[in-house]
Design a protein. Structure first.
Length: 262
């Protein structure tokens, strides 16, 4: 793998909560333009990995490199500015705000304008505001929510709320988008639309790291898959390799206590 192509390198990260080791020595890599998935049973440590990538939790051990630079000790706000943005396992939108306003919240993270310039509403500030609004509208067109831009977020169907969350993540200027169970709670029609949508993001040059339980989604759109169980890495490979990996099959079918070593 050419180092230049690597967007994210995670080296043996560990996170403990008191006596619980939620994540232990997990390593993975994401190349620019890839869709990579992290899978594993409930409580495996997947969301904890995302929380470390976004600076919500500090790692107890290990390194996280984004574009070759260590970020494991950075604060969440700085990590977003560097280009990592996420969605949440339980949708977190501003339900009483309009669709466009939800996207603008993401877009504002990108601006360097100070509070004072917003008071004096300098010409540069106003131009920046116009540019941000145009960009937000463009993103809404990209994700297919332009027609609903003035609706309240809470009035969108579930699948569209997920898309709006992704739109907000894109609006921060993210290079790497982390999706925590984007297909959760979706019907088959919605999850197949979501798959098309993630393909579209990939086609537009975005890099996606996704946690997902819906195997039909994972197997169809992932370039590579990493599997963790009880916080530990147990397999990695192409979708077809993961689908026939005996250890992975055992974890999913038999409960991890029965997993055989291979
Ligand atoms: N803030 C916390 N404090 C204490 N324990 C935590 C905390 N966050 C996570 N854990 C524990 O760490 C382990 C991994 O949790 P995590 O949420 O990362 O799993 P997950 O793979 O995302 O599971 P799911 O598929 O159910 O979302 C669990 O045992 C969980 O209870
Ligand atoms: Mg989770």
């Amino acid at each position: 793998m050419d180092r230049e192509d690597l967007l994210l390198e995670v080296e043996e990260i560990t996170k403990r909560f008191g006596g619980i080791v939620a994540v232990e020595n997990v390593s993975f890599r994401v190349k620019r333009g890839e869709v990579v998935s992290i899978i594993g049973p409930n409580g495996a440590g997947k969301t904890t990995v995302f929380n470390m990538l976004t600076g919500v939790y500090k790692t107890d051990h290990g390194r996280i490199l984004f574009e070759g630079k260590e970020i494991q000790r950075r604060e969440p706000g700085e990590i977003v500015k560097r280009g990592i943005s996420r969605t949440f396992q339980n949708i977190r939108l501003f339900p009483d705000m309009r669709v466009i306003e939800n996207v603008l919240v993401g877009a504002h993270i990108k601006t360097g304008y100070s509070f004072l310039s917003s008071i004096f509403r300098s010409r540069a500030f106003r131009e920046e505001e116009d540019a941000i609004t145009l960009r937000a509208l463009k993103i809404l067109k990209e994700v297919g929510l332009y027609e609903r831009r003035d609706d309240y977020a809470s009035n969108l169907p579930y699948g569209d709320q997920r898309k709006l969350e992704i739109a907000r993540a894109i609006a921060t200027g993210a290079k790497l988008i982390l999706l925590d169970e984007p297909a959760a709670g979706m019907n088959p029609q919605e999850s197949s639309e979501l798959m098309e949508f993630i393909r579209l993001l990939k086609g537009r040059g975005y890099t996606v790291l996704m946690i997902e339980h819906d195997m039909s989604v994972v197997m169809k759109i992932s370039d590579r898959i990493y599997v963790i169980d009880h916080g530990k890495p147990i397999a990695e490979g192409l979708p077809e390799e993961i689908a026939r990996n005996q250890r992975v099959i055992n974890v999913y079918l038999g409960g991890s206590q029965n997993a055989v070593e291979n």
